[in-house]
Structures are given as C-alpha cells and as structure tokens.
Design a protein around this ligand. Structure first.
Ligand code: ADP
Length: 452
C-alpha cells in the first residue's frame, strides 16, 4: 500500500499549533486582566501617569500575543518536521520491501539457474531455471549436496577441460573463486549436461560462509564444438594422404629419377617442395589442435637429449636465420643431461619458440637459447632482441588464433596457433610456459619441465 494512503497516527501539527496559540492568548489576556488591576498598577509603577499605564498595558497585551504566535509557530514547525521524518521513514521501508520483492522475483524467474549453497554445499532456494535444468522439484533439490550433482564421467567423450567435482568442492571449501568452469551436471533422470559453473562467495567473516552457484547450460554449444573439432580432425587426416603423395613425387623429381631437370624446372620443384611442407605443417597443426580439444593428445615419454633436440631445431631454421643475419647464441656447454619427456611434443614447442624469435626479430638482431637444470626441473629459455609484444596483447598471447597487431604487420602468414599448441604440449608434459616482453626491446619465453 502506498504510504500516502495510510492513516496517520499522532498529533496533527496544525491542530497542535492552534491549541497552543489559543492557550497562550488566553494566558496573555488573563495576565493583562491581572496587571490592569488597580492595586498592582499602583504597586508596580507608583506615581505613573495614566497614559504611561495604558501604554504598558498595551505592550503587555501585544507582546503576549506575539510570543503566543511565535511559540505556536515553533510547535507547528517541530511537529510538521517530525511528521515529515516519519513519512520519509515509512516510504523507505515500503521501497525496501518493494525492492526485496522485486529482487526475489528476478532471482526466481531469472533465465540463469541459481542455487544457494550453505558452507558444506547443501542446496537451498533453487530458482525455476535451476529446477528446469536439473529436472527436480524444489523440495527434492533443497537439502541435496550440490557436489553430488557433478560428475567427472565423460559420456559420450567430449572435449577436454571439464573441472572435476572434487576440485570444484575443494575450491569452494577453501573459498577460492570458481568462475566459468566447464562442469558435467547429472539431471534427475541421469542425463549428463555441460554447464558453465560459477560460485560467488556470500557472507563470510563472522557469518557462516555461503555461496551462490550459477549454472549456464552449454550442452548445445559443446556439441557443436565437438562436431567442428571432429570435422577438422577428419579433414586434416584426409588431407595428409594427398600431401604425402605430392611429397613422394616431388622427391622423385628432385632426385632426377625421371631424367635431368633444367634450372627453371628445378627452381619450380623447390618451390612446390617448400609449399608442400608448409601445407604438411599446417595440417599437422590442425590435427594437434583437434587432439587437444578432444582430449586425445597423449605424451609418450622417452629419453630426450636437450642439446641434440635444440641443435636439430637450429639446423632446421638455419635458412631463415642466415637470410635475416640473426646472431643465434646457444652454448652447448650449458646443455644438461638426458631426461624423460616426449621428444616429439617438446621439439614442436621449442621449434615454435625459436622460429617465432627469428620471425619477430628484425634483420641483424639476436636470439639466445639457454638450457638450465636446477633440482628436479629443466628450463629452456628463448630470448630475442625483437619487436616485443604490446602490453595490451600480453594476456591473450596463448589464446588460440590470437596474433598481436604488430605481428600481423610484420608477418602476414601466421596462424596464431603455434603458442597455443606449444603451451598445451608443455602442460601435457607436466610443465609450464611463461614469457616476459618489452615492446621494441624483445621477448623472453621460458619452458619449465619436470625431470621425469
Ligand atoms: P603466429 O606466429 O603464427 O602468429 P604464434 O601462436 O606462434 O602464432 O604466436 C602468437 C602471437 O604471439 C604472434 O602473432 C605474435 O603476436 C606473438 N609472439 C610470439 N612470439 C613472439 C616473439 N618472440 N616476439 C614478439 N611477438 C611474439
């Protein structure tokens, strides 16, 4: 009900002011009557003239009435401002109740599923969208433990990247933020759906810790993504066969198996060979991206000799370094002993870092490679004196297909897949990849790997 329509209790300010005015006027008149008594007149002003007495009496009367008005005005103002204050407080209370109600409705009818979790993950107040997603009635879901609704099972096998229920629970218990994590939720009928989970901590401090969980159903997007990844995987596999065949015939022609070629023909064959290799590399990259996204990338561990691996990368990149007159420094004396890793994945990652260093360094610049071993870890550091990475691009540099603006201008053919793949490979080997870069001065990329 709006506050204006409410019955107002308490004294009406105008009425109170009129009462006080009447009272004071009455008292003034009474006073005047008493003063005008002859006895008092003589006693107060002995020997005073009649006109002076009359003036005094008039002053008492006028002064008394003025005071009566002033007092009534003050009474009126005080009571009126108190009433305004009460009305204001009432309006605030009403607005608060209305906004609570509005908030409740928004919460309940929001298209985003919401669940309140208490300190051990027990569900309360699921909204309609949450009930719809999970297929439960409100009273069935209330009181259930939220983490029992999550599963690690991936059926049918989908993309990698779902966070395990244990990890989500552990993070919630430690009050660590859970933001936009891919999870699998199990509905009442046992169907598994993909959802983006965030848990916002509410309360805390002296009050019991609680969480607001939001689940966004992304099953359809995941299915489309999987179909896309499968398509890329199948297409890349299919492309490998014609490319190998082309490669085979190019090799035959290069080795003059079908007769001697003239200079022009040899030149053309070399060009076909270079572009064929580029295609093979691209197809291999696409295959690796699909392997990472489908979670089928597998590291095969064997003995890796870092020195030999880096030498072979440098030999492969020699034509580019020579052409750009880049001074490459790699001191094999610093090389460390063999360790257990996947040489195939590690080579691709190191090859990518060194070829980027060469690509994004101007002619006559320098590239330095260092291999370091300390304790249980091995570090491969690739530093260059190149163009550097703009500060605003640095947090996206490992994102799939991201290329900084300066790199796009320097080299138009890049794919933005190299660092994404390299970082994923190193992580599959249990390591980490990081970098520092100063625009216009150069970049330093570091791979850190466990020894076994
Ligand atoms: P590509 O080199 O094909 O663009 P990458 O994934 O290998 O793809 O690299 C992604 C982006 O990271 C590059 O486009 C470039 O902006 C930046 N980058 C990588 N390495 C370097 C480097 N050594 N110096 C400057 N920028 C680099």
């Amino acid at each position: 009900m709006p506050p204006e329509n409410r019955e107002h209790r308490g004294l009406n300010p105008l009425l109170a002011a009129l009462i006080s005015l009447a009272l004071f006027v009455f008292l003034t008149v009474l006073g005047w009557r008493v003063i005008s008594d002859e006895f008092i007149r003589r006693a107060i002003v002995p020997g005073a003239s009649a006109s002076l007495e009359e003036m005094l009496l008039s002053a008492v009367l006028v002064g008394g009435i003025v005071i009566a008005f002033l007092v009534s005005l003050v009474v009126y103002l005080l009571l009126a401002s108190r009433r305004r204050g009460e009305r204001y407080a009432e309006r605030l209370t009403h607005d608060l109740a209305a906004s609570r109600q509005e908030f409740r409705q928004l919460y309940e009818h929001s298209p985003v599923p919401y669940l309140l979790l208490d300190s051990d993950g027990t569900i309360s107040q699921p909204n309609y969208a949450a009930l719809h997603l999970l297929g439960y009635a409100s009273e069935e879901l209330t009181g259930k433990n939220f983490f029992t609704l999550l599963t690690a099972e991936d059926d049918p096998p989908a993309q990698a990247g779902a966070v395990s229920p244990e990890e989500v629970k552990e993070r919630f218990m430690r009050s660590v933020a859970v933001t936009h994590e891919d999870v699998r939720v199990v509905t009442k009928v046992g169907a598994k759906r993909w959802a983006l989970l965030s848990i916002f901590q509410i309360g805390g401090g002296r009050r019991a810790r609680r969480g607001l969980a939001t689940l966004v159903d992304v099953t359809e997007q995941k299915e489309i993504d999987r179909a896309k990844t499968e398509f890329v995987s199948i297409a890349s596999h299919q492309l490998k066969t014609p490319l190998s065949t082309t490669n085979w015939y190019v090799e035959l022609l290069r080795n003059s198996a079908t007769g001697t070629l003239n200079e022009k023909q040899r030149d053309y064959i070399e060009k076909i060979n270079v572009w064929n290799h580029r295609m093979v590399e691209l197809v291999e990259m696409l295959l690796n991206v699909s392997r990472i996204e489908m979670g089928t990338l597998q590291a095969v561990r064997e003995s890796v000799v870092p020195n030999a691996l880096i030498r072979s990368v440098l030999d492969e990149l020699a034509p580019q370094t020579t052409e750009k007159k880049i001074v490459v420094t790699y001191d094999p004396a610093t090389a460390v002993e063999a360790f257990q890793s996947d040489p195939r994945l590690l080579r691709i990652a190191i090859q990518n870092l060194v070829s980027n260093a060469v690509k994004y360094t101007p002619k006559g610049g320098s590239v330095q490679i260092t291999v370091d071993s300390s304790g249980d870890t091995i570090q491969v550091i690739v530093a260059d004196s190149g163009y550097g990475i703009p500060p605003e691009a640095q947090d996206k540099i490992f994102t799939k297909m991201f290329r900084a603006d300066n790199a796009r201008k320097i080299d138009t053919k890049g794919t933005g897949l190299g660092l994404y793949l390299s970082k994923s490979f190193i992580e599959a080997l249990g390591g980490t990849m990081s970098f520092t870069s100063v625009l216009g001065e150069g970049s330093v990329f570091t791979i850190t790997l466990p020894r076994r």
